[in-house]
Design a protein around this ligand. Structure first.
Ligand code: ARG
Length: 563
């Protein structure tokens, strides 16, 4: 239990008649100066009910408050200032963390309800770029955070394996491609062909018509066309898997857009039957003027379906298959209108569950100030970025810990962790520039800094060499440990906050702060000195290690014991 809850507990019998638990909690403030205690409760709001001056109310309440859990409770004008009993609180929090271990912070908010996470979802025949990193790691972290709160998270890779671009690619391959060359370096060669198509189509628009026709053939199941598409898809998946393995990301389903090819027709028909869609120049669309959105294009004049049509079928399929409590789409902000249109069309069809679909957008990544675009061939391969990060990490480990036996493995955990942490520590809507040398650093607000703090705590535990007996009272009262205890006590609300805001950065920021507090403690405390508090200090170190590891785990980052 965190300190706020203690105060709610003692105030409840006295003011519960007028204020709910939440109302009490919301009034509690953290004094700007710790001379005024750990927490303060203003009594202004009670003046009416008590018919007394706030100063008097504060004074009277202080006399009645159960003081067992406090070092001191004092009235200062209209405020009640609480000095929490550090020994009681530290003993309780240390025990809570160590007894629960990796379950510390787990709460049953979800009651096992299904939540689908539409995440990563790169496009076949294109490299997985830095642009897809965000969807992958934010989606994975959210999925972990929801699971910690007892939701049943379902990770879905909605691969971009369907659409007119495959018409373009197949046309380009047939005109300029070479099987042997593609086999040698598939994704690179396919991207080249795709880029070439766009260059040539600018001069010769008939290529676009041809591509449309070929995609129609693909939709209709033409054997030769499907075989080419399948080949491109298999090769691409092999490439994506390399990145997922590096990131240690697992999907429950790899159902891409093509999976819904045979599931769209009933929806198109329903839209027509209910008079929701209209036909203009042969194309089927839903006018969304009332929602202040551009018209949703459902079918082109040649009968080809669109990205949106497939997303309509996807949403229905997910509702039917998983009966989701929430269907979360972790996709860049540039698709905001697409998801608004999707929800609007579903709503028009009478599906109230469309309110449970949430587009969770995020900002753009630039590398050294540049935006990436596949069409122009300016691509930065995520796999290369992760390898480069690992090399930078390895160089630092060579300096810091040259005798480490599994250097390569740790370097990969640190390099990859650095990239992931950097992505997650920024509020997801903020765009950011990416500079590897800055983020793979053991100092500053980085992933390696948190990992290093964890390894430091592990090495203290190793030096101590014994388990602390949890049957003992483990009390601390110095200023440095007190800050850590308070921070540890807020881990559970931090996770809830991250879930409510769909914001993994809440966890990342918490981990940085906990690391900073721990390193202050480490710098100012003789942790291993043999005195009567040594076991309490060691237990605190263990509690910090436990929470750092668990928090990094929520973000999808490993916590090596040595680095
Ligand atoms: N493949 C798409 C892209 O790279 C992202 C798909 C997102 N998910 C969805 N259900 N629309 O832009």
């Amino acid at each position: 239990m965190e300190s706020k809850a203690i105060i709610v507990e003692v105030l409840k019998p006295l003011v519960g008649e007028y204020l709910s638990d939440d109302a009490i909690a919301n009034l509690i403030e953290i004094p700007s100066n710790s001379e005024f205690g750990d927490l303060a409760f203003p009594v202004f709001t009670l003046a009416k009910q008590f018919r007394k001056a706030p100063q008097v109310i504060a004074q009277e309440l202080v006399e009645q408050i159960e003081k067992e859990q406090f070092d001191n409770v004092v009235a200062t004008g209209p405020y009640i200032n609480f000095f929490i009993n550090r020994k009681i609180m530290s003993n309780r929090i240390i025990h809570e963390v160590l007894e629960n271990g990796s379950n510390y912070g787990s709460q049953d908010l979800g009651h096992g309800a299904n939540v689908t996470f539409d995440m990563s979802s790169p496009n076949i025949a294109k490299p997985m770029s830095m642009g897809h990193l965000r969807s992958t790691v934010i989606g994975n972290a959210l999925s972990n955070i929801f699971a910690k709160l007892n939701y049943h998270s379902i990770n879905i890779n909605h691969l971009g394996d369907w659409g007119t671009q495959f018409g373009k690619l197949i046309v380009a391959y047939r005109l300029w491609g070479d099987e042997e060359v593609v086999k040698q370096d598939p994704v690179k060669e396919l991207v080249k062909l795709y880029v070439e198509f766009h260059e040539k189509a600018e001069l010769d628009p008939s290529l676009d018509d041809e591509a449309r026709a070929v995609f129609k053939k693909l939709e209709d199941g033409d054997e030769e066309t499907v075989a080419l598409w399948q080949w491109f898809k298999d090769e691409s998946l092999k490439e994506f898997d390399k990145v997922y393995r590096l990131l240690n990301i697992k999907f429950d389903y790899n159902t891409g857009e093509s999976f819904y090819n045979d599931k769209m027709q009933p929806i198109v028909e329903e839209l027509e039957a209910k008079g929701i869609s209209t036909i203009e120049n042969g194309a089927t669309l839903v006018m969304l003027d009332d929602e202040e959105l551009p018209p949703a294009l459902i079918k082109k004049s040649d009968g080809a379906t669109l990205y949106l049509t497939r997303d309509l079928a996807t949403a229905y399929y997910r509702k039917k298959t998983f009966d989701f409590a929430e269907n979360v789409y972790v996709v860049g902000n540039e698709q905001a209108n697409h998801f608004r249109q999707l929800k609007a069309v579903l709503k028009r069809l009478g599906n109230d569950w469309s309110d449970d679909m949430h587009h969770i957008p995020f900002g753009l990544i630039t590398i050294n100030g540049r935006k990436m675009s596949t069409r122009k061939g300016e691509i930065v391969l995520l796999e290369d970025v992760l390898h480069e990060a690992t090399e930078i990490a390895l160089k630092q480990i060579e300096v810091k810990n040259p005798d480490l036996p599994n250097k390569e493995e740790v370097a990969s955990q640190v390099g990859v962790g650095a990239v992931v942490f950097h992505d997650l520590k920024t509020d997801r809507m903020n765009s950011f520039n990416f500079n590897l040398d800055e983020i793979v650093q053991f100092e500053g607000e980085t992933g390696p800094y948190v990992q290093y703090t964890h390894a430091r705590s592990r090495s203290i535990l190793e030096k101590f060499g014994k388990e602390v007996d949890l049957a003992k009272t483990l009390e601390l009262n110095d200023n440095y440990s007190w800050e850590i205890v308070k921070k540890l006590s807020t881990y559970d609300q931090t996770i809830v906050q991250a879930r409510e805001k769909y914001e993994p950065s809440v966890i990342a920021k918490y981990l940085i702060q906990l690391s900073q507090l721990f390193n202050k403690y480490y710098g100012n405390t003789r942790i291993l000195d043999q005195d009567d508090q040594i076991e309490a200090r060691i237990a605190l170190v263990n509690a910090v290690a436990t929470v750092l590891k668990d928090g990094l785990g929520l973000l999808g980052i490993d916590a090596p014991n040595k680095m």
